[in-house]
Design a protein around this ligand. Structure first.
Ligand code: NAD
Length: 354
């Protein structure tokens, strides 16, 4: 075996069905008694349920979590947090809500408990992406990592089939890029393969039956493992493109990942034969080609395949290509503007990846 380095991110993880009921005990062990609860405007019910579970012993509820963590929302949230005298943050929701929890926690030093309800994986990463003036900037700092994560499969039962599929592919994307990261290692390769395997088996079942508990459990487990990959090794072209498209054109996060992944993988494929081999092992019906396996899965998941359908304007393809090559980053295959423009154009039009 070659020498390697593995960076573990030390959070406490509680996984299962009905595990949110452990929250009072988690808080009490940490000697915390005034958590601020976070949610999106659409999912205030989750925060209200948690408030009831804590018998109203909360500092307050802030329900304005927004995709791509806009700085102005964070500033309002920090002011509100300070005004309530909160001693901790509990974020209940997808990556947007957990992102806001991270943004408040890193600014105030308050302990952060994340309760994920999608498959985005933000809860296990020390990464925070924030948006101001149409640009998304990402930073990584161990202080950003939530201290405790409560995965409660029951909270994912309400995730609609289409969002389950897109969010699950978002998780798969973390694992795919981990397999060809410059700092990939046997541990993250194992996490990535097991994560993809669990998601590729569970997601098609969720399209047929979104409340199937065993499939929900596998999907959330796969999302956790894939999130661990994102938090541990460097991401490449796929994540940079999605970051550009999401932050600059306000495209929906998970759906953008779903459209871009086959294009990014096909672009990198000639330079990453070992990653392609590992992917073929865990993507059913690959027939020896991981891009084929991914396409089979995406077809089963009935996901949207074009950026156009997600609301991106054709005129923005040029700007997206400019931003995509404006800052150099590590990628197995050289990234140059003409190829990027063509990749983005194909993804915009919903054409086949190649
Ligand atoms: P999201 O958090 O915006 O959620 C999408 C929508 O689904 C929201 O309206 C939300 O209220 C709703 N929702 C969430 N859980 C639900 C449930 N169980 N049932 C029904 N509806 C539910 O979307 P996301 O894809 O989870 O997260 C995207 C954001 O997270 C982006 O801003 C992205 O940049 C960030 N992110 C960050 C990291 C990181 O490591 N920093 C990783 C992944 C994603």
């Amino acid at each position: 075996m070659d020498n390697f380095e593995y960076n573990a991110n030390p959070s406490r993880v509680i996984f299962g069905s009905g595990t949110i009921t452990k929250l009072p005990e988690v808080l009490s062990k940490l000697k915390l008694s005034r958590p601020l609860l976070l949610s999106t405007p659409r999912k205030t019910r989750n925060a209200e349920d948690v408030k009831r579970l804590l018998q109203d012993h909360v500092a307050g509820v802030f329900s304005e979590a927004t995709m791509h963590t806009p700085i102005d929302v964070t500033e309002r949230a920090v002011e509100f947090t300070k005004s309530t005298g909160a001693d901790s943050i509990v974020s209940i929701g997808g990556g947007s809500t957990i992102g806001l929890g991270k943004a408040i926690s890193v600014r105030t030093g308050l302990y952060h408990i994340a309760v994920p309800t999608t498959y985005a994986g933000s809860e296990v990463t020390p990464i925070l992406g924030e948006t101001a003036n149409g640009l998304k900037q990402t930073r990584s700092d161990p202080a950003i990592l939530p201290g405790t994560i409560i995965y409660d499969v029951n909270l994912t039962l309400t995730l609609p089939a289409s969002l389950s599929a897109a969010s699950g592919v978002n998780a798969i994307a973390h694992a795919v890029e981990a397999l060809y990261a410059t700092n990939s290692n046997p541990v993250t390769n194992m996490l990535a393969q097991r994560g993809i395997e669990a998601l590729a088996s569970a997601l098609p079942q969720l399209i047929e039956g979104p409340t199937l508990l065993s499939a929900r459990s596998s999907a959330l487990y796969g999302a956790w493992l894939s999130g661990l990959c994102l938090g541990s090794v460097g991401m490449s072209l796929h994540h940079k493109l999605c970051h550009t498209l999401g932050g600059s054109f306000n495209l929906p996060h998970a759906e953008t990942h779903t459209v871009i992944l086959p294009h990014a993988l096909a672009y990198n494929a000639p330079k990453v034969p070992e990653a392609m081999r590992l992917l073929v092992e865990v993507l059913p019906e690959s027939n020896g080609d991981a891009v084929v396996g991914l396409n089979v899965l995406l077809t089963k998941l009935k996901v949207e395949r074009s950026l156009k359908a997600l609301g991106m304007k054709e005129a923005d393809i040029e700007k997206a290509a400019d931003i995509a090559v404006s800052k150099p980053y590590s990628n197995p295959r050289h990234v140059e503007r003409t190829a990027m423009r063509e990749l983005i154009r194909r993804a915009w039009a919903g054409e086949e990846a190649r």
